[in-house]
Each structure stands twice: as structure tokens, then as C-alpha cells.
Design a protein around this ligand. Structure first.
Ligand SMILES: [Zn+2]
Ligand SMILES: [Zn+2]
Length: 353
């Protein structure tokens, strides 16, 4: 085993260094994984710009990953070198009230790989063996690196508990497209997606959206959603943008008795205006989800590997580890791009889809 590896260390706000760092040393209950790909997530931009988890810097970011086990601890069961895997990134303390109830995401000590501790923009990562998920032979490593965002969307979908035939409106055409595909697995109809970028809206259609609303054509999407749903509003509305304004629009789009699914992450101090009458007299509900955890990962792997969800239209590029900073900026500047993956393989050349 090598002593050092190349890694993208997020040193400080807006400062990344590609450098040689020690290969992580595993404990008896851990495995070492050689990384194949890591998807870049909006959270990585938030870490880079100091909006999220900047008190934990410096660390190696990256959390949407796939790879191969290359070393196993003596206290692990059912894993071997060469296994093709991804891993749940969510870690709780294991002994608090929430963890004992299986509510790890609510644990006060909750941490995530690559967000609060070293992650996968590197050649290797170590994880607890219990968090490892095998991926089927039919699933390629790119798809496996997309299990994490899919698990987040599945978690949100389960919280909604959507009956067959529910009209569903989704604000946001980034991960919103994945919500559209997920809603289709529940027989949602029509699935309406709202965004501004026409290329992204075309991708949303490929992913399963029935109707797209371009904000350049319809500056007031609330009225348009009501028009498309018999004047009522949608049975379910997913907020996948993350601003106070879009949350207010999302709640206004929900029909009486319907449900708003909160998914987009706002700034910590953003305030949304709420009229209590929307709940008391209209009986609207809100579900929320901050990550995918545990069986959400199993279910994401099942749906992806059985083609119930095909996220390939969302895949934009693969770039080498050395170009991670360029990739982060590219995603901000070119809104046609949705998902860029990073490969740590030496000499990797850019691939476009
Ligand atoms: Zn992510
Ligand atoms: Zn806990």
C-alpha cells in the first residue's frame, strides 16, 4: 500500500490545494476504499465559499462517491478486497435518544463524510464497514457515485408518502429532475417542473416530467400551477431551490390539504413568511428531509440498478482531481451543466457527455 495519496484539501474559504497527504490508516472496524468517482454537489460549493461547515476546515471534501475496497479491518464481516462499493455518509453518535430510535439524521452529534470530516476528493477514503453498500455488477461506477443524491431524494419521497395519481409540482431543475423521476415511481401525474434554464427543463422532461414551466414565459409560477391543476394547486409540491421566496411560492402552490416537501437548503438566517391560516383552515402539511440514510441507500441502489430511475441525462462531465476548483466554478457559471464527476486517476482527461 502507498504511504501517500493525492487529495483536494479544502484549506480555507476559497482555497483548495491539490497535494500529497498520508493515505488514511484504517481501524479494525473500517475499510479503505480506492475512489473511482466523486460527484460535485451544491454542498461542496457552500463549503468552498464558507457558507457551510467552514468551522471544520481544513479537510478533504467530497461525499457522492464510488470505489473498490483495497484494505479491510480485522473486525469487519462480509467484505473483501475488490468489492465494488459506495458508502452511507451519515454518522451519528450511536447512543443518544435519536440514534437509539434510528433517527440518526436528528442526532445532535450528526456528522457527514466529506462535509464535516475527510471525504472523497482524493485517491482513497476510509469508512466504517457498517456504512458500506455493495453495488450490483450491472451498475457502473459513475451511477454508483450518484447513489448518495438519489438516496436524499428517496428519503424526501418516503416522507411525502405520495398516493398514486398525485399531481406534483417541483421548484428547481437541478436535483428537481431527480425528484421528477422519483415521483414517477409513485405514479405521480402530472409532474410539473419549474425552472429558468431551458436545457435543464429539457433534461427534466427526459427524466419524467410531464410539463415544464419556464420562468421566462411564466414569471408567476403559482398561478400557472393552479391553472394546470384545475384551479386547486398541486397535491404535492417539492421545493428544491433553497430560497425563502421559492419556499413561499411552493406553499402557495399546494392545494388545500396538500403537502409541501422541503428539500432545498436555505441560508441559516433566511426567513419565510407563513400565514397560520394556511395550516388551520387549509390543512396544508409540510414534510422535510435533510439527507438519505440507511435503507434509503438500499432503495436508491435498487431503483437505479433496475432502471426505475435513469439519471444519465443529468450527467454533464468527468474532470480530473487537479481541476476541481475549475469544475466548481464551471457549475456556477454554466447553468446548462448539472452533475460533474471528479476522477482521481492519474492523467485522467476530461470527458463530456
Ligand atoms: Zn451531495
Ligand atoms: Zn446520536
Amino acid at each position: 500500500m502507498k504511504e501517500t495519496m493525492r487529495a483536494a484539501v479544502f484549506e480555507d474559504i476559497r482555497k483548495i490545494s491539490i497535494k500529497d497527504v498520508p493515505v488514511p490508516r484504517i481501524d479494525d472496524d473500517e475499510v479503505l476504499i480506492k475512489i473511482e468517482y466523486t460527484g460535485i454537489c451544491g454542498t461542496d460549493w457552500s463549503i468552498y465559499t464558507g457558507k457551510y461547515s467552514s468551522d471544520k476546515l481544513p479537510f478533504i471534501a467530497g461525499h457522492e462517491f464510488s470505489g473498490i475496497i483495497v484494505e479491510i479491518g480485522s473486525d469487519t464481516i462480509g467484505l473483501k478486497n475488490g468489492d465494488r462499493v459506495t458508502a452511507d455518509i451519515n454518522i451519528g453518535c450511536g447512543h443518544c435518544y435519536y440514534c437509539k430510535k434510528g433517527l440518526t439524521l436528528n442526532c445532535p452529534e450528526f456528522r457527514q463524510l466529506g462535509i464535516h470530516m475527510d471525504g472523497t476528493f482524493a485517491e482513497y477514503v476510509k469508512v466504517s464497514w457498517k456504512l458500506v453498500h455493495h453495488i450490483p455488477d450491472s451498475m457502473d461506477f459513475l451511477m454508483a457515485a450518484f447513489v448518495e443524491p438519489t438516496s436524499c431524494v428517496i428519503h424526501s419521497l418516503k416522507a411525502m408518502d405520495m398516493p398514486v395519481g398525485s399531481s406534483t409540482a417541483i421548484l428547481g431543475s437541478g436535483l428537481g429532475s431527480l425528484h421528477a423521476a422519483a415521483a414517477k415511481t409513485r405514479g405521480a401525474a402530472p409532474v410539473i417542473i419549474i425552472g429558468r434554464n431551458r436545457k435543464r427543463l429539457a433534461i427534466a422532461k427526459k427524466m419524467g416530467a410531464d410539463i415544464t414551466i419556464c420562468l421566462d414565459d411564466y414569471p408567476d409560477p403559482v398561478t400557472r400551477v393552479r391553472e394546470l391543476t384545475g384551479g386547486r394547486g398541486a397535491d404535492f409540491v417539492v421545493e428544491s431551490v433553497g430560497t425563502a421566496k421559492t419556499y413561499e411560492q411552493a406553499l402557495a402552490m399546494v392545494r388545500p390539504g396538500g403537502t409541501l416537501a422541503a428539500f432545498g437548503i436555505t441560508g441559516e438566517d433566511d426567513i419565510m413568511k407563513l400565514k397560520p391560516a394556511e395550516f388551520v383552515l387549509s390543512e396544508k402539511k409540510i414534510t422535510s428531509s435533510c439527507a438519505g440514510f440507511g435503507d434509503d441507500w438500499t432503495d436508491a441502489i435498487t431503483l437505479l440498478s433496475n432502471n426505475q430511475i435513469d439519471p444519465k441525462p443529468m450527467f454533464s462531465k468527468i474532470m480530473p482531481l487537479e481541476k476541481i476548483e475549475e469544475a466548481l466554478f464551471l457549475l456556477q457559471e454554466n447553468r446548462d451543466l448539472i452533475k460533474i464527476f471528479i476522477s482521481p486517476a492519474e492523467g485522467f482527461e476530461i470527458q463530456d457527455f
